[in-house]
Write a new protein. Structure first.
Ligand SMILES: [Zn+2]
Length: 152
């Protein structure tokens, strides 16, 4: 069994940096209850494991090993946030900034399904995304209500 650092290094070197970061990004988007990689990820993973049999692992371990921010390539940290059953949207400018500059900043709440029990839910955030958000217009002008991310 390889170490997490060795796995990341070999996977990135083998599949290339762009595919590696796309692979990580797609892992973040898997539903919490999903136990399967996307079709293209499975192809990439199967080819990698065929050449690196000592890296073979179950999907939950793979998700843990690659829990990195695809933008900053730093380790994500666990955090408990409010569970929210209502749908909410952000203003377009904030959402665009979030996607491009801080996709994994610490959320103050997460939407959950009706069958989720409890008032909080665990998620992960990137400390570097959080730093970028905290130094952005969205936090430094917090006293101006129009610049606050809005939700409905
Ligand atoms: Zn980040």
């Amino acid at each position: 069994m390889v170490t997490t650092v060795e796995l990341r290094s070999r996977l990135k070197h083998t599949i290339g940096s762009d595919t590696y970061l796309r692979f990580i990004k797609a892992l973040h988007r898997l539903p919490r209850t999903n136990t399967k990689l996307r079709y293209w990820q499975q192809d990439v993973w199967d080819s990698f494991v065929a050449a690196n049999p000592d890296c073979d692992m179950v999907i939950d371990d793979l998700i843990d090993a690659l829990r990195l921010c695809e933008l900053h390539e730093v380790e994500m940290q666990a955090v408990e946030v409010r569970a929210c059953r209502d749908h909410f949207d952000f203003v377009r400018e904030y959402e665009q900034d979030m996607v491009e500059r801080f996709p994994h900043a610490k959320p103050d709440r997460l939407m959950v399904s009706d069958d989720h029990r409890g008032s909080t839910i665990q998620t992960w955030f990137c400390p570097e995304c959080e730093r970028v958000l905290n130094t952005s217009q969205w936090r430094t002008k917090a006293d101006e209500p129009c610049d606050e991310p809005k939700s409905w």
